[in-house]
Every structure is written in structure tokens, then in C-alpha cells.
Design a protein around this ligand. Structure first.
Ligand SMILES: [Mg+2]
Length: 246
């Protein structure tokens, strides 16, 4: 397969390097187009107010000063003559579980691929150990193999690995992982205030069948996600509500 590989941790991260190696070892042709620095938590952001730069740093290896989604656009619009067979994003350093999916640049890039009807998989590792990350990259290549004969064009697979050894694989739903707006407020050397967000521990509700629960119990979690965020159960209620006041 021809595989487009990107991430949001930047091209120098161990996660993308291990994944590139494991996919190539399976005989795939891997094109890497990745951000030149970490762009975590940018979701599906696009760079619209400045030009983008892209540099070839090796055979089938490009870096850009944009977001993961910019990387997908540049790969499809500039480098590749036809769409790849698969888009892979990751492996992210850190889990993307529950509400993380909304923020994640790793998952965002994979969702964009689904918009183009290219099968896509986002991989994340819920640990810090590099040996574990390496083992996860090898397992990720196995999962790519398993799905290669069943390309899924209308769904993004969000796959999270706990640290190995694993108890198995669970197909899961997105859990709930809420972040409180905890903010560090300090003063810079000129006496001006600055604010640092994105700190503090999220509150996760470990319901059954969720990605959070699966990973916490040592299972690899595979969550099929789509970008239709409509709450269908509320549509009828809202129709009657607005019918009353219109
Ligand atoms: Mg990241």
C-alpha cells in the first residue's frame, strides 16, 4: 500500500519514526509529511492567513511549518498524483481518549482524510516509555495489515494503546473526559500578566464500553468515529420547541 503518514508531535518525534519503520518493514511505501515542530491540540486547524513552506528532507519525507491538516492538504495537492491507499496519523505521544478526540491534531488529520474518503487510522500511546511506544508501533503496523483488505472510507479509526503487554483489543465508544479551566496566571518581567492553559487533570467517567475504560484495563481501544456531530436525539425536541415560539 501507499501510506501517507503524519502526526502532530512533529517530524522528530519517536512515535512517527517508529511507525514509519514498522510500516516500511511490512513492505509499504510510506510518504511522511509532518509538521516541523509539535502542533498538538490543534484539532483540524488550517493555516489560512500566511503562506506555508514545505521542505523535502529525505526520500518520501517532507516537513512543513503548518498543522497536521495542512500536511494532509499539501500531500494530496502537491506531492501525490493520486490519493494514497491509507492515511496514518501518529503514533501520538500520549493518549487521545474521550474528549481529547475533539482537541487532538493526531485525530484531526485522520478525520480530514476521511473527508476525502481515504481510509484513515489515528494511533496514540498512553504511556511515556519508549520501548512501549516501539512495541505499539509494531502492533499498529499489524492492525494496518489486518484492515488492508477491508478499507473503511467513511469512518476514522481512533486507536489507543495502553503500555504493553496488552490483554486484547476492544471496539469502544468515545468516553467522557472533561477538562476544567484551570489556568496559571503569572507576570512577565515587564509586569504584564500572562496565562497558561491546558493544565490540570481531566475528570474521566469510566463507563463500560468506552475507550477510557478499555485502555485503563490494559486493552487496545479501537473507536470508529465520524465527523457528523449532530445530536439526532435532540432534533425532534428542538423542532417542537422552535415550532411553539415561531
Ligand atoms: Mg501530540
Amino acid at each position: 500500500m501507499r501510506i501517507l503518514l503524519t502526526n502532530d508531535d512533529g517530524y522528530l518525534s519517536a512515535g512517527i519514526s517508529y511507525l514509519r519503520t514498522s510500516l516500511r518493514e511490512k513492505g509499504h511505501s510510506v510518504l511522511v509529511v509532518a509538521p516541523d515542530k509539535e502542533r498538538s491540540a490543534v484539532s483540524k486547524a488550517l493555516t489560512l492567513h500566511r503562506p506555508l513552506r514545505m521542505k523535502k528532507i529525505g526520500e518520501d519525507f517532507y516537513i512543513t511549518d503548518g498543522t497536521p491538516n495542512d500536511c494532509i492538504y499539501l500531500a494530496l495537492g502537491v506531492i501525490e498524483k493520486k490519493y494514497p491507499d491509507l492515511v496514518v496519523s501518529g503514533i501520538n505521544h500520549g493518549a487521545n481518549l474521550g474528549d481529547d478526540v475533539i482537541y487532538s491534531g493526531t485525530v484531526g488529520a485522520a478525520i480530514l482524510a476521511t473527508h476525502f474518503r481515504i481510509p484513515s487510522m489515528a494511533f496514540s500511546f498512553a504511556g511515556a516509555d519508549l520501548d512501549g511506544l516501539h512495541t505499539a508501533a509494531e502492533k499498529a503496523a499489524d492492525l494496518v495489515e489486518a484492515l488492508s483488505s477491508h478499507p473503511l472510507r467513511d469512518v476514522t479509526l481512533n486507536i489507543n494503546f495502553p503500555p504493553p503487554p496488552w490483554r486484547g483489543i476492544r471496539i469502544t465508544k468515545m468516553g467522557s473526559k472533561k477538562y476544567r479551566p484551570e489556568i496559571i496566571i503569572r507576570e512577565d518581567p515587564r509586569g504584564e500578566k500572562y496565562y497558561w492553559i491546558g493544565i490540570g487533570s481531566p475528570v474521566a467517567s469510566p463507563e463500560e464500553d468506552t475507550d477510557i475504560k478499555a485502555v485503563s484495563e490494559g486493552y487496545i481501544s479501537i473507536t470508529p468515529i465520524h465527523s457528523d456531530m449532530t445530536s439526532y436525539e435532540h432534533m425532534e425536541k428542538l423542532r417542537s420547541l422552535f415550532h411553539e415560539i415561531s
